[in-house]
Design a protein around this ligand. Structure first.
Ligand code: AMP
Ligand code: MG
Length: 418
């Protein structure tokens, strides 16, 4: 099955907006259908492949929300001031097994099952002990301090829908209904390459003109944070045959092949030619900064993304374009990502007609709305700026000027990387 439908590339020569690119990715990417059974303890971060219905109530029985004394509200209502004998104790995991009279109380601890016929709890701090009997406070409401069976989850209800990414709280939710394992979509298998004759692995021998490869070390954990299984296939030298063979082989065993570098118009930019020979490559001329050019395509049954070489553009494009692509391939249905407004701590002029992402650093400060600063230089190859930043400032196509104090959209890395 093709991972990216061909019609997403119609009119590829035209410049498209970021919004159009997002829309095309969402429409064209095909979900990987295979599923696997995953033990509950390993399923955090995975995407559910089946709806989950609750087989039991949670909590399974009425129980106390506090330490105190349980009693029958109807009896209390008739005679609130009556001194009540203590019939026994109900502790968490040890329900009261005896018989209590209607006008008695049961000492009850938090999480303990309510005795039959008792429906309300007075907190221990609020009662008075008098000659071994309990005096309940006045003005208690029926059902006070009692958690009802099924209050959290009702037997038979839809608990989680397929396509949900399981965060720790969803895993706990599943545990609370006794789940042992869940059906999840197989992880998207991604082959990752860097390209460039100048690149050296950290620890490798440097030579004149060399730089260390940083992109793979940015992109592999980024893709893993998106839930992918990443095969790091190292550095490809700038040669057509090398690139062609490596990509063709990788595509056979992966759902997605990701490269960085070599997609510009330079003499040593062979990715484009290689893709033309073994698959379909479609340059997407997207009106964005940083990030042009971004290449999308297909090699056999695998999707292909050629990210720009410069590390900032590679990261920004993977956060903004690869993330939704991977989400779609992986079967994720809820793409919610929190962004918020912050006051610009800078002013700037911008060309209209393109979306820009600046490296931003947000601080909440003492005011209701925090401030976001932009990095002092725009040079896109400055890794220090990514280390300094805690997110991206997103500036829409139509904006041409931002004044200090204007509200801008801030996307925290914590959201972009989830
Ligand atoms: P390219 O798109 O191949 O022309 O690369 C654009 C710029 O990004 C050049 O300055 C490259 O040296 C740099 N670059 C490409 N790949 C990497 C990488 N993996 N790590 C660091 N810099 C890179
Ligand atoms: Mg290059």
């Amino acid at each position: 099955m093709k991972r990216l439908a061909d019609d997403c590339f119609a009119n590829a020569a035209e410049m498209i907006s970021a919004a159009e690119a997002f829309d095309k990715i969402a429409k064209a990417a095909t979900r990987i259908v295979s599923t696997e059974l995953c033990p509950l303890s390993d399923c955090a971060g995975r995407i559910l492949a089946k709806d989950i219905f609750a087989p039991v109530n949670v909590p399974p029985a009425d129980n106390s929300a506090v330490d105190g004394f349980a009693f029958s509200f109807s009896d209390y209502e008739n005679n609130p001031g009556h001194p009540r004998g203590i019939a026994g104790t109900s502790a968490a995991g040890h329900p009261f097994s005896g018989k209590a009279k209607k006008d008695q109380v049961i000492k009850i601890l938090t999480g303990a099952v309510m005795p039959a016929g008792f429906d309300t709890v007075a907190m221990i701090e609020d009662v008075t002990l008098e000659d071994g009997n309990i005096l309940l406070p006045v003005n208690l409401k029926p059902g006070a301090n009692c958690r009802k069976a099924g209050e959290d989850i009702r037997e038979g209800q839809l608990l989680l829908s397929k396509g949900t990414k399981l965060r720790p709280q969803e895993v706990g939710y599943l545990a609370s209904i006794g789940t042992v394992s869940v059906s999840v979509y197989r992880r998207t298998r991604v082959a990752l390459f860097s390209t460039g004759d100048e690149l050296v692995n950290p620890g490798g021998d440097r030579f004149p003109g060399s730089i260390y490869d940083s992109n793979r070390f940015i992109l592999a954990p980024t893709l893993r944070a998106f839930g992918c299984e990443v095969t790091d296939l190292g550095i490809l030298r700038d040669g057509l045959e090398t690139i062609r063979n490596a990509l063709e082989t990788a595509a056979k065993s992966h759902d997605l092949v990701v490269t960085s570098g070599g997609v510009s118009m330079g003499d040593e930019d062979h990715v484009k030619t290689a893709l033309g020979e073994i698959g379909h490559l479609h340059f997407w001329r997207i009106a964005i900064k940083p990030g042009r050019p971004l290449a999308l395509g297909q090699i056999g049954n695998s999707a292909f993304v050629g990210l720009p070489g410069n590390p900032i553009a590679a990261l920004v494009c993977s956060l903004k374009f690869v993330r939704p692509l991977v989400a779609k391939l992986g079967g994720l249905t809820d793409m919610e990502m929190l962004s918020f407004k912050a006051k610009a701590g800078f002013s700037l002029n911008k060309k209209p007609g393109r979306t820009e992402w600046l490296r931003g650093r947000y601080s909440s400060g003492p005011h209701a709305i925090g401030t976001v600063e932009k990095f002092h230089t725009d040079g896109s190859g400055v890794l220090s700026s990514l280390v300094w930043a805690n997110g991206l400032i997103e500036i829409d196509d139509d904006v041409t000027h931002i004044e200090k104090g204007d509200l801008v959209t801030f996307l925290p890395f914590s959201e972009l990387l989830k």
